[in-house]
Design a protein around this ligand. Sequence first.
Ligand SMILES: [Zn+2]
Ligand SMILES: [Zn+2]
Length: 207
Amino acid sequence: MFVFVCAGCGAELTAPLSQVSLPVHARQKYGNGAQLPVLMQSGTFAVDPDPWGGPWRMWDEIDPGEAEARGIYAPVYTLSDSTPGASVIAPGDIRGTRLIPEKRGGACCGLDGADGPNMACEACDLPVATRVDDCSLWQAVRLSSDAVHRIPQDVLRDDPLPLLPNYLFRADRGTFQHTLVRLPAVRSPWLRTMLENLTHGTSADLF
Ligand SMILES: [Zn+2]
Ligand SMILES: [Zn+2]
């Protein structure tokens, strides 16, 4: 298990947490005005290897070589230019922070993190994390990789088995596209056709 501490002053910022993998639906947006649940199970954290949130760059501002170096092999509308490697946790596991009201973002009924980190260390005021809880987004706190350190703690625990789904699998369009454009094989004609159908909305059968 680990606790996260502020890189500025060493204050503890989380409860003790075990590392798990990032849920595949972490970037999913759902519905309009719908309140989504908390992304991470309490007591866990996951590292998100990809940048998330603003600042954004449009596809035509990005050199194809740079996109490929970032692991993206087919066009997307925009790419996040924020610092990658955030640790994602449940909002209830954060400790010793305060919200930064000026970093409210453009959200309507919660926080969307569009202005970058919106939570500061209570002890030293360093912006350390981004709380996300606006409608249509999975609720989470994202600890900035450049503002926190991870300290190991000697505690072992057993995780319960995951719940079984009670309905048939259906791919989420946005999650599917996010994954597809990161596969080098997306440049082969049959996958390329699938991607084009996806972005032109002609694959209703799949979704
Ligand atoms: Zn809203
Ligand atoms: Zn601090």
